[in-house]
Ligand binder design. Sequence first.
Ligand SMILES: [Zn+2]
Ligand SMILES: [Zn+2]
Length: 264
Amino acid sequence: MELDETPRPAWFADARRRLIGAGRMALDALLPPRCLACGGAVETQGALCAACWQGISFLGAPCCTRCGLPFPYDAGAGVECAQCIAYPPPFDRARAVFAYDDHSRRLILAFKHADHLHGIPAFGQWLARSGAELLAEADLVAPVPLHWTRLFRRRFNQSALLAQAAVAGWRGPTVPAFAPELLIRRRRTRSQGHLTRLQRAENVRGAFAVKPGADLAGKRVLLVDDVFTTGATIEACARVLKRAGAAQVDVLTLARAMRLPTAP
Ligand SMILES: [Zn+2]
Ligand SMILES: [Zn+2]
């Protein structure tokens, strides 16, 4: 290789420096690691800052063996909460990573509506940890489906991304299959926030179906969604899966509401 001995004019070095500087700024604008909840600076991509981390209420044992509602003290293995005893849910077990409150709401909304998809690997690892018992037994992992009109507007189904990330983050001896199209949403449902328990059940009745031809006989299905709020959507999905022959239906979400509706 011949060395270029020609002296370069001063403007060349200046232009080169400016170009590199501009390139770096453009990269920095894209790549600096940001807190998944508040957007503040953090050291690694896909992390929470110290303040947000402390604000999040991570869930775990002791809890209701059925719905995962935290108990203030250890009541022993296999104990269900009053709500589950009064209104047994159609799913077998539900677990969530953290409580749905003002802190976690920011995290979920950033993920859901602002395309903050860089948090997905971290969410997958959290889901795999909180849902270890469920993933260990599951044959299929399926997301709660979005209606196609909503999918068209949002461009991605956040539950499907979470379900896939949970499988990817799972390190157990057997890995369940990711089944993104196991459930179909047949019609849109309205927001359930202010409906009574009966109205919510009515709102989602017939909204979901199992993909035609899917053989669920004896299968253990793990349903994944972002938030467990009233439970009506997840319960409707669990019901159609059981009706199609699923032997077990468990539920894994990032967040869950702590106050469950009690009035029928
Ligand atoms: Zn933060
Ligand atoms: Zn319960």
